[in-house]
Ligand binder design. Structure first.
Ligand code: SF4
Length: 351
């Protein structure tokens, strides 16, 4: 392999700048002192946020909040595919330091983990939360209080993990929290399995979208995500809509994300995730400067042990192959930690 010690040092110096210097040196776009106004605050000033909440809540009577379109009346206690009741169930909320660097900053991402899920992958890393619904049921006022507490802890954003099935509650809680002083960017951290109609309701509310793009193949999506064969096409449309609303990632003068799209893609064993097609699609459908995190942390979890194709972790070679495709298709805003890992593995191979 043509990867010399000199090249490693050169790349490490460049990478060091992206990992350890203030990201503002790389991304600065906002002027110091300029007040950041979250999208939902602007929408409230325009008098439109209350109407969005009403519009979203109406879907609980005949639940069509996600592509499963169960049609159950959650106002009357009926339960659909996601098994979610009317009120959100929260597993935990806390500053999270395991997210991408522009979200974590010095004080962490203010993460709220919602229980239950509308996708229900058989390799889910959070299966006790997503599949078993563990957690505590709260009213929208309680959810708003959690947002405020996270803000008081110094978190840089409100990170809503698996929000799709509780979207109306989130809107209502955000408005309640806004009246109590919430001013952080709101991040929709989703599996990507989203209906366009629901995303339109979120336009002007959400500041940061962080969707997964898990598969590019309908059969694999159906096999590993409870029959969701439409996942690739649904997710492509959803990501395009998210980009239309918030565009590429925008950071403040301290390098903290305030608005934009961040896509996550988990490399899976035996090319199950279709990483080559994923990066090709991003390169052709979106700006090449779209923030993309190609992740190496696949672990065999939950029912994945029963599926030989995905019953092992990924190899170094599989991760390097994924990163090579991203480079070949010219993606220019890859997550710095994935670049660091790639450089580390390439260096080790060169020894
Ligand atoms: S949010 Fe839940 S109940 Fe509503 S359509 Fe989706 S899976 Fe069904």
């Amino acid at each position: 392999m043509n990867f010399t010690r000199r090249q490693f040092i050169k790349n490490s110096l460049w990478l060091g700048s992206s990992l350890f210097l203030p990201p503002s040196l790389l991304y600065a776009k906002r002027k110091k002192g300029e007040r950041w106004i979250p999208a939902y605050e602007k929408l409230e000033r325009e008098g439109k946020l209350a109407q969005r909440i009403k519009q979203a809540y109406a879907f609980f009577e005949n639940c069509q909040l996600c592509p499963r379109k169960c049609g159950v009346n959650r106002q009357k206690g009926e339960i659909g595919f996601c098994r979610a009741p009317l009120n959100p169930i929260i597993f935990s909320y806390h500053p999270h330091f395991g997210e991408e660097m522009p979200l974590v900053g010095a004080n962490g991402s203010g993460t709220i983990f919602f229980s239950n899920c509308n996708l229900r992958c058989i390799f889910c890393q959070n299966w006790p939360i997503a599949h078993e619904g563990r957690g505590t049921e709260v009213q929208d006022e309680g959810l708003a209080d959690m947002m405020i507490k996270l803000q008081r802890m110094g978190c840089h954003n409100i990170n809503l993990v698996t929000p799709t099935h509780v979207m109306p509650n989130i809107l209502n809680a955000t408005r309640i929290a806004l009246k109590k002083g919430l001013h952080l960017p709101l991040m929709y951290n989703t599996s990507g399995y989203e209906r366009l109609e629901m995303l339109k309701i979120l336009e002007g509310v959400i500041d940061i979208y962080k969707p997964d793009m898990k598969y590019m193949d309908a059969d694999k999506a159906a096999k590993y995500s409870a029959g969701a064969s439409d996942y690739p096409e649904v997710t492509k449309r959803a990501v395009l809509e998210m980009h239309r609303q918030v565009e590429i990632l925008n950071l403040d003068h301290q390098g903290i994300a305030v608005r934009g799209l961040m896509i996550r893609h988990l490399v899976m064993p035996n090319r199950v995730a279709g990483t080559d097609q994923f990066v090709k699609w991003v390169a052709e459908a979106l700006p090449k400067s779209t923030y993309v995190n190609i992740m190496a942390q696949y672990r065999v979890q939950y029912k994945a042990f029963d599926y030989p194709e995905i019953s092992r972790g990924i190899t170094v070679q599989e991760f390097l192959e994924a990163m090579k495709w991203a480079e070949l298709y010219g993606l220019t805003n890859l997550d710095p930690q994935s670049i660091a890992l790639k450089n580390f593995y390439r260096y080790r191979q060169s020894l």
